[in-house]
Design a binder for this molecule. Structure first.
Ligand SMILES: C[S@@+](CC[C@H](N)C(=O)[O-])C[C@H]1O[C@@H](n2cnc3c(N)ncnc32)[C@H](O)[C@@H]1O
Length: 623
């Protein structure tokens, strides 16, 4: 089919002015499929500016146990737009899993746009929320590895809007969503229609991503046969015998000769070869084929009866002493062809379908639609791979156990984030939460490492939540970092977390520097921290002040930060070369030309890079 533009071009020579105006208007005002929000009507977020963001390590808020030589875990204080800009300059393509629990746009003034809390009556509330998230999600997208995934919590009310926004930012990357039962009891029903008890976790991933799966969920595979394990599943489907007469028939176990009547309210899931007259209409296997292949399980220990006359069968039917499925009698006086049951050995148990573990196509994948509430875990029956998680009250309870008082409203349950990360991460992954709040994601990462010996690392971005009324408030330092410190030390009788399990973190604040003043205002420690984060994905344990810093050492190169070309600095550089004669020196310096010349004169293999370019790399404007 020709596109509208092609059609327009074809007709162009024959159009008069009025037709041309109409067609052009139609073309120019046509909106594409997808989400629209009033980007031009709302004032642009002032947080988005041309500053450069540089990290400042705060050793006194960091957690640096003995033996810690570099920090793999990061807690970054500040507006996450700035944190993400920094991370895009240091961690592009390095984060495998992002989990976020953003403000839900409830109208409860729980987030800030353009330095103002956005309330329920704000005219542009939804557009500002979308723009706020859009800017951050676009930055976050660049951080994901090629097999990375982002999981986003959202309430039911805003799910549709957010999902369309995610489609915009991550086109073609939608994996699906989980439903989380956030409450076990009811709450005030909205307009008498709904008790609002669930939230969603949207999942978008790059192409290489796979859920890890959950080995524990194989506990339902309780049966074994010839080395193959299976669980028992339903052999019927939800149609009655009038709707599906072809799948309403008795079946016989060929090994025992015992017959089983069909449930008139739920017929067999497979057609019988004998009933299907037109082979072309047969879809999938027949019951006979399933039995021949050993896919049907017949109960080994059960009651078996034989009625030698129709009167005896009638008597058993009248006495309700015949096989049942639940409360449904499987034989009644109205059962079609009832007389065929006379003289047959009739089994009172029910045949079932064997679901073999080795037959699973994607055996580890969690079921997309449901995270099982802990209160219902015992009644799940045949379900597989459904993470068992707590409700909202668990989040507050765990935080209270750690912090002593309720330090933060509505943290997510630890079990929810832990289960999501258990499914989504591998043991060496970096996990980012840029709406970290009280730091539940950090605790989940540490606990998962302790459970499986993994080396996952966390990056948590949290705001201070300081306001004009509470200028001294610092949620990031006093709740998020403090919580992690207590979890690492061990709380409530629980063991702490060793350095090997990730029991450390760097606390970073952000300095915003005008690009023009970069070389004047940027300090050696800014550059050392930024370069360590970018090249080694770690932060140093101390603020560097010396003129020469070795950032990274490998067999064939050395990354060095050199603040000046004073004689002492050049001596230090020469000594470094003598200690590592086989390595090329990569020198970041404000004096790239002078130092390049000096390296050449000295016969030291290496190259220089202008420090301002190194600091600004990856921090370009996006608008
Ligand atoms: C729903 S809470 C997240 C709670 C978290 N999942 C937990 O378990 O503690 C959202 C958090 O995002 C924070 N937030 C809102 N806007 C932010 C911004 N621009 N930068 C960083 N954090 C922000 C809020 O202060 C709040 O702590």
């Amino acid at each position: 089919m020709p596109s509208p533009a092609t059609t327009l071009l074809q007709h162009l020579p024959h159009l008069n002015a009025e037709e041309l105006r109409r067609l052009l208007t139609e073309q120019l005002t046509r909106q594409k499929l997808g989400l629209y929000w009033e980007r031009d009507a709302i004032a642009h977020d002032r947080a988005l500016n041309a500053d450069l963001v540089l990290p400042r390590l705060v050793p006194e808020y960091s957690h640096t146990p003995d033996g810690c030589t570099a920090h793999a875990n990061l807690i970054i204080e500040g507006d996450n737009f700035d944190s993400l800009r920094l991370l895009r300059a240091t961690h592009a393509g390095k984060v495998r899993v992002i989990y976020i629990d953003p403000p839900y746009n409830t109208g409860n003034k729980d987030w800030v746009y353009n330095d103002q809390f956005v309330g329920a009556n704000d005219r542009w509330r939804h557009s500002q929320w979308l723009e706020f998230l859009y800017q951050r999600l676009c930055l976050a997208r660049d951080l994901l590895t090629s097999d990375g995934v982002i999981l986003v919590s959202i309430n039911d009310e805003n799910r549709a809007r957010l999902e369309l926004l995610m489609d915009e930012v991550f086109p073609g990357r939608r994996v699906g969503s989980f439903v989380w039962r956030s409450r076990t009891g009811g709450n005030d029903a909205k307009g008498a229609f709904f008790s609002d008890n669930h939230e969603h976790v949207l999942v978008y991933a790059n192409s290489g991503f796979r859920f890890t799966g959950d080995e524990k969920s194989y506990s339902i595979y309780k049966h074994e046969e010839g080395g193959r394990v299976f669980y028992l599943s339903d052999l019927t489907k939800a149609h009655d015998y009038k709707e599906r007469p072809n799948t309403y028939y008795p079946i016989c176990d060929p090994h025992t000769g015992i017959w089983y009547p069909c449930n008139p309210g739920r017929v067999w899931a497979y057609a019988s070869r004998e009933r299907v007259t037109d082979a072309n209409k047969l879809r999938g296997d027949t019951m006979e084929a399933m039995i021949e292949q050993g896919q049907v399980w017949f109960p080994p220990d059960q009651r078996v009866e034989q009625f030698d006359t129709l009167q005896a069968l009638h008597a058993a039917i009248d006495a309700q002493d015949i096989p049942f499925s639940g409360t449904t009698p499987l034989l009644t006086r109205d059962t079609p062809e009832l007389a065929q049951w006379v003289g047959r050995r009739i089994g009172y148990g029910r045949p079932r379908l064997k679901k073999f573990k080795d037959g699973l196509k994607n055996e580890n994948a969690p079921i997309s639609s449901w995270l099982t509430p802990r209160s219902e875990a015992d009644t799940i029956g045949d379900a597989i791979n459904m993470p068992i998680v707590g409700a909202t009250d668990e989040g507050s309870r765990v935080l209270k156990e750690v912090m002593g008082d309720k330090a933060f409203p509505y943290p997510k349950p630890l079990s929810l984030i832990k289960n999501l990360l258990a499914q989504a991460t591998r043991p060496g992954d970096t996990v980012l939460d840029f709406f970290a709040g009280s730091g539940t994601t950090g605790q989940a990462v540490l606990e998962l490492n302790a459970e499986d010996g993994g080396q996952r690392r966390f990056i948590l971005c949290s705001s201070t939540e300081a306001t004009a009324k509470e200028p001294g408030k610092n949620l990031c330092r006093d709740v998020c970092a403090e919580r992690l410190r207590r979890v690492i030390a061990g709380y409530g009788g629980k063991p702490g977390h060793s350095l090997a399990q990730g029991g450390e973190f760097a606390y970073l604040q952000l300095d915003k520097i005008d690009g023009a003043d970069l070389l004047l205002d940027a300090q050696p420690h800014h550059a050392a921290t930024l370069l360590s984060m970018r090249n080694m994905a770690v932060a140093p344990v101390e603020q560097a002040q010396e003129a020469i810093q070795t950032i990274a050492i490998s067999a064939d190169w050395l990354l060095v930060l050199c603040q000046d070309s004073a004689p002492a600095t050049l001596d230090a550089l020469r000594a470094l070369h003598l200690a590592h004669p086989a390595a090329r020196l990569l020198v970041a310096t404000p004096r790239p030309q002078a130092l390049a010349l000096w390296l050449q004169e000295q016969g030291i293999p290496g190259q220089t890079q202008a420090l301002h370019a190194v600091l600004a790399q990856g921090q370009g404007r996006r608008r």
